[in-house]
Structures are given as C-alpha cells and as structure tokens.
Design a binder for this molecule. Structure first.
Ligand code: GLU
Length: 375
C-alpha cells in the first residue's frame, strides 16, 4: 500500500529527527536516559542503512530545572534561559556518551532563527552541517536559549526543526512527541475523533484540527503543523509520531503507516528553487565567460571563480547576485559564497588558488549549484 507517499520514505537519505521535552524527561526527574539510548540505537541502525540523521533535541530547560532543584517551571524567561544553559550540559553529555558506545561522534550546534534567516550565517551554518554529515558525525541541535527565546516561549524547538530541515535539505523531518499524531478532534474528549494518517503539509484545514485538540501554545500540535509547512518549502516531508512507540524510527523508515505523514507538495528541487526565487534582492552581478555560461546552463554545474570576468556591486557573502553572459544578458542568479571584494580578488583564478589569494577558503565554488537558479 502506498498510503499517500509512505513508500517514498523508504528511499529517503537525510533525516532531521526532533525529540520534544515531554519525551526526553522522566516526569520532571531529569533526563530519561533509557529512552534516549533507545533512540540512539535506532539512529545507529538508520545510519547503517545509509540514512544521515541530524538531531534537534529539546530538554535543556527541563534538565536544567531538575539540576537546579526547581520544582516548578519559572515564569521569568531569563530564569528559563539560565536553566537551559545548565541543562544543555547534561543533554549533550547524554547524547555524547550514548553515541560514543557505537564509536560515533556527535557535535553540539546552538542556533537561533535569525542565524537561518541571515544569508551569511545561513551559508555558514549550512556548510558546517554539511561538513559534519560528510564526516559521519551526528549533529545535535538546540536553540541557543541564552540569546533567543522563541522556542522557550512557543515552540519547544518545533519551528527550529522545520528551519533545520530547510537548512540541510532533508528528505524527511520526524517530529517525535508524546502523542500518536494528528486527530481531527481531541480524542480525549471526543470518541468520534478520527486519526489523520496523511495530509498535505500546509493545508489550512489542519490548523483547525490542532486548535480543536486544545494543543495551542508551547510545542503543541499547531507548532508541529507549522514546522511541517516550513519543512515542505524545501520539499521535506514530515512525520509526527509517538516517540515511545517501539522502534518508531525504523518503522517509519520501513514505510509503515504510523503517525501522521504531512507530505510536501513540491519536489525538493522545485521547492528549493521557489524558495531561492523568493529571495530576489539582487545585490550585484558577475559577468561570466562563455565557458562558464555553458557549464552552468547545459551541465547544471556550480560557478567557479575562474569563469568570472567582471564583478559589479558591493554584496556580502550569502547575498543574491545576478550572473550575466559576455553580452551582459542576465541568465541566472544565486547565493554567492564570497563578498564583492573577495570575489574581485579571486575572479579568473582557479579554486585551488583561493587559500593563497585570501588566506582561507569558505567553499571551493563561488556559487554552489544548489544555490543557483537559471532564469
Ligand atoms: N530549547 C528549549 C530546551 O531545549 C525548549 C524547551 C522548553 O522551553 O522547555 O529546553
């Protein structure tokens, strides 16, 4: 049975797995290490099947409150932020120890929504995450709660997980929670409530269901639906499922009909191009030689500095520039990896000269093909 795209999940290769606070903690008695070890074991099996996993984990506030002996969640945001700073230590220690048993390295990444919205920081975070995945490391991401409060106030990392799915161009976002998935009414109050096994991410009708379930607020169903809509912008499907269901991650990978699948309407590439096209604030232009025009147009390759003959404008790393053919006609635009001054220094040169010319390398390409759209 195909069931609205479940079979497609069997071919997915890059997952973002988000684990919520309610699952990670032992009813207010610190982190549930046994449960965490269970997910780690499953993630290791997924990796064995060739699936890369980026983890987004909450639980820092909850663990911090336990460590500080606070029985109740304080109202003051700065106290919650302080608790997160304390608890993050325990959270990361638990993942590190758990993955180390398999000889797997982990990396701590603390992000804010602004880091992903800002073009330069977006590129930096994306490059680091790609490098970590290539090094076969499991990144463990949380909000940087010391400087940002979006997730403490509303999201329990749901919206951050959606943004991370965009950042790493995940095939699948799995949101593990303490509910089976989405119902069209509150199953606790209405025995007619029916389970939604699959739907289109971003379908406005779904928000009414989340509201009906009374799940508004911090990390409720509504923030999960919105995270799925965000993830769909990069063509990422989302599954919302119960994190304590046995072998939940493996069953999702097997295409089993479990949890709620919110599928992205667009194919990843089309979605990504649309997302890039939305960022059409062009800050400068690069004139390319005929050879570079040909490889970009006909072979879908990245733009290298060697193919650039002129640079116009005063753009920063991560801003959008226009690519012109030798006759000055615009034929593409994309996110540039070097600022205008650096680009002037490396233009016409081969990529292996970049370290000598600049003293560092951000990326070997001037514009990566994933970040380039032909007009
Ligand atoms: N980023 C926070 C954490 O990891 C969100 C959860 C919360 O506010 O309790 O703890």
């Amino acid at each position: 049975m195909t069931d609205g795209g479940r079979n497609k999940l069997k071919d997915s290769r890059r997952w973002v797995v988000k684990i919520g606070s309610a699952l990670l903690t032992n009813d207010g008695c610190g982190l549930n290490r046994a449960a965490i070890e269970g997910w780690i074991a499953q993630i290791m099996q997924l990796k064995g099947r060739g699936i890369d996993v980026v983890l987004v984990s909450s639980g820092a506030v909850a663990e911090g409150l336990t460590r500080l002996g606070m029985k109740r969640r304080p109202q003051a945001i700065h106290e919650l932020q302080a608790a997160a700073a304390v608890g993050q230590m325990g959270l990361i220690q638990t993942y590190e120890t758990g993955f180390q048993k398999y000889g797997m390295h982990t990396a701590q990444i603390l992000l804010t929504h602004e880091d992903i919205a800002d073009r330069r920081r977006y590129l930096n975070a994306r490059s680091t995450l790609r490098a970590l995945v290539e090094l076969n490391v499991v990144p463990v991401i949380n909000e940087n709660d010391t400087v940002a409060t979006e997730e403490i106030r509303f999201g329990d990392n749901d919206s951050l997980a959606g943004l991370v799915a965009n950042l790493v161009e995940a095939d699948l976002l799995v949101i593990l929670t303490d509910q089976q998935g989405l119902y069209d009414a509150d199953p606790g109050r209405n025995d007619q409530a029916s389970f939604i096994s699959s739907a289109r991410a971003g379908d406005p009708a779904l928000e009414g269901y989340a509201g009906a379930a009374g799940a508004l607020g911090r990390g409720g169903m509504l923030t999960k639906l919105r995270a799925a809509a965000t993830a769909a912008k990069s063509g990422t499907d989302t599954v919302i499922a119960h994190g304590r269901a046995e072998n939940i991650l493996l069953r999702i990978a097997d295409g089993e009909t479990i949890g709620t699948l919110l599928h992205a309407a667009e194919m990843p590439l089309a979605a990504r191009k649309q997302w890039l096209a939305g960022h059409n604030h062009v800050r400068g232009s690069l004139t390319l030689d005929q050879g570079a025009v040909r490889v970009l147009r006909e072979q879908g390759k990245s733009l290298l500095a060697v193919g650039v003959t002129a640079v116009e404008g005063n753009f920063k790393r991560g801003e959008i520039v226009r690519c012109l053919d030798p006759e000055g006609r615009a034929f593409a635009h994309g996110l540039v990896n070097y600022n205008a001054e650096e680009t002037r220094r490396i233009m016409g040169q081969s990529s292996d000269r970049i370290p000598a010319l600049l003293g560092y390398v951000d990326e070997p390409e001037l514009i990566h093909r994933d970040n380039l759209i032909l007009l």
